[in-house]
Design a protein around this ligand. Structure first.
Ligand code: FAD
Ligand code: SF4
Length: 511
């Protein structure tokens, strides 16, 4: 049967069984579409990275002898949306059978199912062969449990996959989790190696994006595009991580610094989320390197890395599929404020936000603690509408695909799911930000001050938030200590926090 196989932009898995044999009756189809560039305003680097990676992937398939139809964004035949493009090709090529890979995004899952239901030819969907777990595994694992705790899932994954295990039951090193040793502040040492980047010509693709009037956010350096856009380049980033960064990965995972945008983070999320690298090969390669260099690399470094990929990444994806579609509109704290304008411009005097937001706009990247404890923390403390927060996060980061973005942003960071992902909201005053980095040293505001015009805004917002949302937290045991401190707070002090917070929330762009 003449078959059409459709590949989405984040399904660039070179090792998929589809590609292991050539078949003259099979045509692969890929397309860059305005539908996918406009469901949210994406960072310009994200659009470039996806277009280039898709183009490279299609070229490699062709080189391997597969038949490929590829529509660039400005191709005259491009209908710019998925069903119209597919219908056209099915007709043109006299296709008798249609196949696709299960999308990781709910929106596309529904779109493709609906499309197939209307088709007059037969169709079938296949696994992407990327993740360790299946969509429904989390639901099964936590069946009958009151809470879904990542740590239990992670331990089970370690056992099931036999990763860092002494035998079937005992973890290597005697401990499952070295999270407590992953919290060092970076103060100039050890030296951070230069980030691995690439030099490639992006002039043509930029011209096409402009000509097609695609609305984007963020900034791009024409002469220096840093992201890997082929499997070979992704493997280089992985190799670079093992040889240069793994050694201190865990120690400085939560650190913040004005001179260091990436510290010892791997920057592998785009390579994995586009599926050019699989989580399995990332962990196998990193673990091999660790075992060969065990005398130099502490177990806490590799365990921290394994936990992020085998634990958090799979967990978040599982939660997404368990909770969608309802998850996307959850707003348990009833937050409705607008996102400050400075999220789009970087113009603010709050130094931590200035650095973290500008870095996001410059690089399409911020590491986890910048996303969670600076940018997300401020959005939650100012009680921003989670829809607005999501739209920003889904656009700005190179790795932002809904299954990872939504669970991290609406769930972990904004607590809008009421505690499905996190057991308590990730909010803090300025002291946490000061503890983990040096942003406060050169800030207009004083992190130690709680009153007055130069007090750190986070210090007021924190208590105002707890006061405002106290009903929501009254039965949350993990909030007991903070809520009892709030109760004991002198009325006058609390009122000062509330009044200053009003000023900040009404006019965040003045701060
Ligand atoms: P590293 O620090 O080197 O970690 C290694 C890998 O672990 C990452 O590449 C990633 O694949 C995985 N990982 C670590 N933490 C998580 C997590 N919480 N969820 C899923 N995977 C994780 N990650 C995304 O991939 N896409 C997103 O859209 C996204 N949005 C986020 C939004 C918020 C508010 C927060 C707090 C986190 C978000 N994350 C997201 C998770 C995490 O911040 C990024 O995966 C990470 O910063 C990517 O950089 P890295 O590759 O250098 O990560
Ligand atoms: Fe951020 Fe407050 Fe520190 Fe300034 S003083 S960098 S606003 S935490």
């Amino acid at each position: 049967k003449k078959t059409l196989r459709f590949i989405l932009g984040d399904q660039l898995n070179h090792k998929h069984s589809w590609f292991q044999e050539k078949n003259e009756d099979v045509i692969y189809f890929m397309a860059e579409t305005l539908q996918e560039t406009s469901y949210v305003k994406h960072h310009i680097q994200k659009v470039v990275a996806y277009f280039l990676s898709m183009r490279n992937f299609a070229k490699e398939l062709q080189k391997d002898g597969h038949q490929v139809i590829y529509y660039q964004i400005d191709d005259q035949n491009n209908e710019q949306d998925l069903p119209s493009n597919l219908n056209k090709i099915i007709e043109q090529e006299h296709i008798e059978h249609f196949e696709y890979l299960f999308p990781d995004e709910y929106r596309l899952d529904i779109k493709l199912k609906t499309f197939c239901n209307k088709l007059e030819i037969t169709s079938e969907a296949y696994d992407t062969e990327h993740f360790y777990t299946q969509r429904e595994d989390i639901e099964k694992f936590f069946e009958g449990k009151k809470e879904m705790t990542m740590e239990y899932f992670y331990r089970d994954m370690r056992k099931k996959q036999g990763i860092m295990m002494l035998d079937d039951k005992k973890p290597e090193g005697g401990k499952w989790n070295y999270d407590k040793s992953n919290r060092k502040k970076w103060t100039g040492k050890p030296e951070v190696p230069e980030a691995k980047t690439f030099d490639k010509n992006i002039e043509e693709v930029l011209k096409q994006i402009k000509a097609m009037d695609i609305k984007t956010m963020g900034r791009i350096d024409q002469d220096h595009f840093p992201w890997p856009t082929s499997r070979e380049e992704c493997l280089e980033v992985l190799d670079y991580f093992c040889k240069n960064l793994l050694i201190h990965f865990g120690d400085y995972e939560d650190a913040l610094h004005t001179d260091q945008k990436f510290l010892f983070h791997s920057r592998l999320s785009f390579a994995m989320n586009s599926k050019m690298l699989s989580p399995k090969e990332v962990l196998e390669t990193t673990l091999d390197y660790y075992y060969e260099h065990k005398e130099d690399i502490d177990i806490s470094q590799i365990e921290g890395f394994v936990r992020q990929i085998l634990g958090w990444r799979e967990f978040m994806r599982g939660i997404y599929w368990k909770e969608m579609p309802g998850y996307k509109s959850k707003n348990e704290l009833g937050n409705t404020n607008k996102l400050p304008e400075f999220y789009w411009t970087g113009e603010t005097d709050m130094n931590c936000l200035k650095y973290a937001v500008n870095q996001s706009l410059d690089e399409a990247y911020a590491h986890h603690i910048q996303r969670l404890m600076i940018i997300g923390n401020f959005a939650l403390l100012t009680m921003t509408d989670p829809d607005e927060v999501d739209a920003w996060y889904l656009g700005v980061y190179i790795d932002a695909i809904e299954w990872a973005e939504l669970t991290n942003t609406r769930g972990m960071s904004q607590f809008a799911d009421g505690g499905i992902v996190a057991t308590k909201p990730y909010v803090s005053s300025g002291s946490y930000i000061n503890k983990m980095g040096n942003y406060c040293k050169s800030c207009k505001y004083s992190v130690s001050k709680k009153e007055g015009e130069d007090a750190c805004p986070f210090n007021n917002l924190y208590w105002n938030f707890l006061h405002e949302k106290q009903e929501h937290f009254k039965n949350n045991q993990r909030m007991n200590m903070m809520m009892s401190l709030l109760k004991k707070m002198n009325k006058d002090t609390l009122n000062k926090h509330i009044n200053r917070s009003k000023e900040i929330i009404n006019n965040p762009d003045n701060f």
